[in-house]
Design a protein around this ligand. Structure first.
Ligand code: CDP
Length: 234
């Protein structure tokens, strides 16, 4: 029997800046699973579109041009010193994809069905070996509808904006609370209302509101949920 047969797939979805990436990463580390940040893939495609003049002055996306370029966009991850780096055609773009200009364009790029089909197929390939924690917007609904553990993370927009502000200020970015809050609300809206796999809680997902939890508390709670599933598994 393959070692990975006992491993499960864990899908963590939720609103922007809800802390799902840190939760997912921490859980993966503790249980020895691979962590995949699906948002990083949409961010990398967005950066490619920005660099290649596919974001028009009014903020709309030159969809045809981007679709034609999709075969030329290779995305991968490299792990070094505990840090996961996102590679766009071999270049480490981890820092750039987290900055506000990318955040301001990503939800429009992520709404394009052809972009989603391509990235979902790639995400499903990562899951073939199981033993994976993936976070995003549609992991429990579209990418891995049979995932054994599905979590839906939420917290009020203001709490999420404060968290993201702190994270970006700590990295030395010059941003204000108001522009972050605007971005969070705008992405929530685009993500929830797009036609192709919108952000939605899967019917069998566990609601996880972490607004009044410390990082330590949320990590412990998530580990508990994983242990519950493993206890009932096989
Ligand atoms: O970390 P943060 O909450 O800011 O967002 P992210 O996970 O990096 O995702 C960035 C954007 O990509 C989201 O606002 C969505 O528009 C899009 N996305 C998506 O559509 N589907 C996913 N599975 C993951 C991200």
């Amino acid at each position: 029997m393959n070692d990975n047969d006992n491993k499960i797939i864990i899908a963590i979805d939720g609103y922007s800046s809800s802390g799902k990436s840190s939760m997912a990463r921490a859980l993966a580390r503790v249980i020895g699973y691979r962590y995949i940040d699906s948002g990083a893939m949409y961010r990398a495609v967005t950066l490619y579109a920005m660099r290649n003049g596919m974001i028009l002055p009014d903020g709309s996306v030159d969809t045809n041009k981007l679709i034609a370029a999709l075969p030329d966009i290779k995305i991968d991850f490299a792990v070094s010193n505990e840090q996961q780096n996102t590679l766009l055609n071999g270049e480490n773009v981890e820092k750039e994809i987290r900055q506000l200009p990318v955040s301001n364009n990503v939800s429009r790029v992520a709404a394009i069905p052809e972009v989603r089909h391509r990235l979902v197929a790639l995400q499903q390939q990562f899951g073939r070996e199981r033993g994976i924690v993936m976070d995003g917007r549609d992991i429990g609904t579209t990418v891995f509808p049979n995932a054994e553990l599905k979590i839906f993370v939420n917290a009020p927009a203001e709490t999420r904006a404060e968290r993201r502000l702190k994270e970006l200020l700590d990295k030395g970015e010059k941003v204000s609370y108001d522009e972050i809050l605007d971005n969070v609300k705008q992405r929530d809206h685009i993500d929830e209302t797009r036609a192709e796999s919108p952000l939605r809680r899967a019917d069998d997902a566990i609601d996880f509101d972490n607004s009044s939890m410390t990082i330590d508390e949320q990590n412990k709670r998530l580990l508990q949920l994983y242990n519950n599933v493993i206890g009932h598994h096989d």
